[in-house]
Ligand binder design. Structure first.
Ligand SMILES: NC(=O)C1=CN([C@@H]2O[C@H](COP(=O)(O)OP(=O)(O)OC[C@H]3O[C@@H](n4cnc5c(N)ncnc54)[C@H](OP(=O)(O)O)[C@@H]3O)[C@@H](O)[C@H]2O)C=CC1
Ligand SMILES: Nc1nc(=O)c2c([nH]1)NC[C@@H]1CN(c3ccc(C(=O)N[C@@H](CCC(=O)O)C(=O)O)cc3)C=[N+]21
Length: 288
């Protein structure tokens, strides 16, 4: 029997824990604060930002959405980030990606205080993750949420082989680091990787984050594999689907995450969790 990894259900459970932690902080007079900066009016980005804002409100997190015009200068955008860096009511700062053309996303991320980097995109936090340093620091929410999904299966990961398809800074690279830190052997592949199937069919855990609709078919998976689909794609009818042909691989695998209802809700729940983490850590991280 194949297990469907129900991201919606797992997100609900995680959000309930986060809500309890927010209540405990409230008893100490602390309210976690999240600043979401969105530049321009990309409809998909607006949708994601709205759902983050709604979820934060439900959990008692103080979320501020700062929508800025696509014509904003780099200097003015950096000034907005720096103002949140020194705002004691804000514990997490997120700059929705992608930024409109002409703005330097790397410079904006570098300007975020690493102690408020709720997305875990700052090079200091990326470096900590890749070095597997102990201690408190934020990491990318999508792969962190995926680790929670994998843990829910209670299948030992140590010594198994993971294949990550995609090497973006948001998903593929930090995912590979987290799987490596979980003592897996990890292969990362991408657009230039030849013979994708030869790699993916050796994966005990297969994470696919490419944005290519149904890139992974039945012949691309190892029998009994755990498959995580990060893709947020549109099929020919405009319906939301993933990078994995869910119906085709379903019977062959041990467990698989659906789209929608898989990684997406866990990304948002993990963002909420990490905002509360940063609030709890703010004394030690020097943000108060
Ligand atoms: N559910 C969620 O929470 C999230 C979902 N997403 C979704 O996940 C998908 C990936 O996102 P993201 O990582 O940001 O995307 P990017 O476009 O930044 O990266 C895509 C990666 O896939 C690789 N790739 C593209 N085509 C192929 C191919 N044919 N074979 C193998 N590798 C390929 C690219 O290779 P190369 O580097 O060589 O170009 C690149 O590394 C998208 O659908 C996005 O919408 C993203 C973030 C969060
Ligand atoms: N700085 C930054 N941080 C991000 O975390 C970030 C980003 N930029 N840019 C874009 C990607 C994408 N992303 C998603 C979050 C939730 C869903 C989600 O909730 N998806 C629902 C469905 C939503 C729908 O129906 O359209 C689901 O999969 O069930 C999807 C994608 C975060 N991202």
């Amino acid at each position: 029997m194949t297990t469907i990894i129900d991201g919606k259900q797992l997100a609900k459970a995680l959000n309930a824990q986060t809500k309890t932690r927010v209540a405990a902080l409230a008893a100490q007079g602390k309210v976690p604060g999240l600043a979401v900066i969105i530049v321009g009016t990309d409809p998909a980005s607006e949708l994601y930002v709205r759902s983050k804002h709604r979820k934060a409100g439900q959990l008692g997190i103080n979320s501020i959405v700062r929508q800025l015009p696509a014509t904003i200068s780099q200097a003015d955008l950096l000034a907005v980030v720096r103002a949140y860096n020194v705002d004691p009511t804000i514990h997490g700062i997120l700059v929705q990606s992608p930024l409109p053309n002409g703005l330097d996303e790397t410079a904006v991320i570098n300007a975020i205080d690493p102690g408020k980097d709720v997305d875990g995109f700052h090079p200091v936090n990326v470096g900590r993750l890749f070095k597997n340093l102990p201690g408190h620091y934020p990491v990318s929410c999508t792969p962190r949420g995926i680790m929670t999904m994998l843990e829910s299966l209670q299948t030992p990961l140590r010594g198994k082989h993971a294949v990550v398809v995609g090497r973006s800074n948001i998903v593929g690279r930090p995912m590979a680091a987290m799987l490596l830190n979980a003592d897996m052997s990890v292969t990362i592949t991408h657009k230039y990787g030849s013979n994708l199937r030869a790699l993916t069919t050796t994966a005990d855990v297969l994470v696919v984050a490419t944005g290519v609709t149904h890139l992974i078919k039945e012949a691309d998976v190892k029998p009994g594999a755990i498959v995580i689909d990060v893709g947020m794609d549109r099929d020919a009818d405009g319906k939301l689907t993933g990078d994995v042909d869910f119906d085709a691989v379903f019977d062959k695998v041990h467990a698989i995450s659906p789209v929608p209802g898989g990684v997406g809700p866990m990304t948002i729940a993990t963002l909420m969790r990490q905002t509360v983490d940063l609030c709890e850590w703010s004394d030690e991280l020097g943000n108060e």
